[in-house]
Ligand binder design. Structure first.
Ligand code: GUN
Length: 281
């Protein structure tokens, strides 16, 4: 049986440290602030935003929620972002994705000033990440790296296979693992011999969004398996990409879903918001 990597526990430790940091800030000083824009009524987005708000409250971050109609125009969203960009009470701005089809996601995201882009989605921040500069880090990839570090799992020199090439997870994670001296292989739906490649991984990360994407025959004995997927089974229960019941018997370490990467993503968002607040000019 593999060791279960407890993302929930680690995320709580991180949030407790942030809470202590905020509590130590002088009473007359403004608290950090996070603005969250949610457009339309996607049920999954609502759940994520609620969890983000709850974490803000716990840590002592002011949260400003903007529930916008799915019919809202792109110009109106840009107007709201422009106001938030110059609002001193706001240190982080997050636009919950997905956005309705009539809105250009790239235009909206890149309107956020890089200092307040706590998702690390803007071209400027992704460029900084690419060059290896310090700054805000993308939340889910950083959550993966932090879990590996907290469990003293060596990354340097390891063969890491990432399944999925999204802009939010796969691509930035490949940059971050490379910075940590891993040898990285990014595989996707067009990859030939996907199963065989996965089986050679010391660290296998799945970020596809498909149930049972990773089966036991794709996993090397004793390897580390990180499951970024969030899916629902036929009974509505949340599951990851990994066939957990069978893979757990082979893996050396494994993250559960729920309770693995999900809570770490939120903890990293909180960390970015506090970072942005502390680095305010
Ligand atoms: N939708 C799904 N995941 C995310 C995320 O990490 N950030 C934002 N803004 N939207 C998302």
């Amino acid at each position: 049986m593999g060791i279960i990597i407890d993302g929930k526990k680690i995320s709580e430790e991180i949030k407790n440290n942030l809470r202590k940091k905020i509590l130590s800030i002088k009473k007359d000083k403004m608290k950090p602030g996070l603005a969250v824009l949610i457009v339309g009524d996607d049920p999954a987005s609502k759940i994520y935003v609620k969890a983000k708000k709850k974490s803000c409250e716990y840590i002592g971050i002011n949260s400003f929620e903007f529930n916008l109609s799915k019919e809202i125009s792109e110009e109106k969203i840009l107007e709201i972002i422009d106001k938030l960009n110059t609002d001193e009470k706001v240190d982080g701005i997050l636009v919950q994705l997905p956005l309705p089809k009539h809105i250009n996601q790239e235009t909206v995201i890149n309107r956020i000033i890089p200092n307040k882009d706590v998702d690390c989605f803007t071209k400027v921040n992704i460029g900084n990440l690419f060059y290896g500069f310090d700054g805000l880090k993308p939340c889910t990839p950083n959550g993966c790296i932090q879990l590996l570090k907290r469990y003293n799992i060596e990354i340097s020199g390891k063969f890491c296979v990432i399944v999925g090439r999204s802009n939010i997870v796969g691509k930035p994670l490949s940059i971050m693992l490379t910075k940590n001296d891993a040898t990285v292989c990014l595989v996707h739906s067009k990859t030939l011999n996907l199963k065989e490649i996965c089986k050679t991984a010391d660290i296998l990360i799945s970020a596809v969004g498909k149930r049972n994407m990773i089966t036991a025959d794709m996993v090397k004995q004793g390897s580390v398996v990180i499951d970024v997927g969030i899916n629902r089974d036929e009974d509505g229960y949340v599951t990851g990409d990994v066939d957990y019941k069978n893979v757990e018997k082979i893996a050396g370490y494994i993250t559960p879903v729920p309770g693995g990467i999900g809570p770490m993503t939120i903890a990293m968002l909180m960390e970015n918001t506090v970072y942005s607040y502390l680095n305010k000019k």
